[in-house]
Unconditional design. Structure first.
Length: 221
């Protein structure tokens, strides 16, 4: 099976690649849409500029395209990339978003390829535990939910972090895996990485009750 992976550099898109490779599939391309609108309905925007560097770390070709990030219209930009790739299907890191899953499936149906969601409806806590147990180094780069303050930015997802997220879920009903946009992540290393990402310059941007860790400079090591 020759597939392309929708790629943001976040934990779920990278873990989906890992799972697909465990199936024996050939992940031939990474596909990144660069939304000009940080609040894109479909595509992760925080530190999306690092996907090229991450592609080098994974030693996988990447195809990128800028998109305005406008609801529904951004899907045409994705379609224009996928229809020109020699692939059997597309994998994505959707966990529970019907909006994302159904729209990706619709595009795939139009161009005659399959849509795969390797971690669809995975238990949220179990997913985080599997991602960290597999050896992925994941940091939190944006927060926008009750209980997630500035101190969470740059935090590594580990056993203690997962425990704290479970506590916040019980208190505020946040999605433990961040599927509701409560937080976004960046993966720096893992079992499918040929080189790891080292952050050399970062900056925190904070506005009232939400913020992000912007990576100014990162290198392979």
């Amino acid at each position: 099976m020759k597939v392309a992976a929708l790629f943001s550099g976040g934990k779920d898109s990278i873990f989906s690649i890992y799972v697909a490779q465990q199936y024996g599939w050939d992940v031939s391309y990474l596909v990144s849409l660069m939304p000009e609108n940080i609040d894109s309905w479909m595509f992760h925007g925080v530190n999306i500029h690092l996907t090229g560097l991450l592609a080098k770390a994974l030693d996988t070709p990447i195809v990128s395209k800028s998109t305005l990030g406008e609801k529904e219209k951004e899907l045409d930009d994705l379609k224009s990339i996928l229809e020109n790739l020699n692939i059997d299907g597309v994998i994505s890191g959707a966990i529970s978003s019907e909006y994302q899953r159904t729209r990706i499936e619709k595009i795939c149906h139009k161009i005659g390829i399959k849509s795969f969601t390797p971690i669809w409806h995975k238990n949220q806590r179990q997913l985080l535990e599997e991602e960290t147990h597999a050896g992925f180094k994941i940091i939190i780069v944006s927060v926008s939910a009750n209980g997630l303050d500035k101190s969470w930015l740059g935090r590594t997802i580990d056993k203690k972090c997962i425990k704290d997220l479970v506590s916040l879920h019980k208190k505020y009903k946040i999605n433990i895996a961040g599927e509701g946009g409560e937080y976004e992540t960046l993966v720096l290393d893992g079992p499918i990485f040929k080189k790891k990402i080292t952050l050399q310059d970062t900056e925190i941007e904070w506005k009232r009750d939400y913020g992000r860790l912007v990576v100014k400079k990162a290198v392979l090591s």
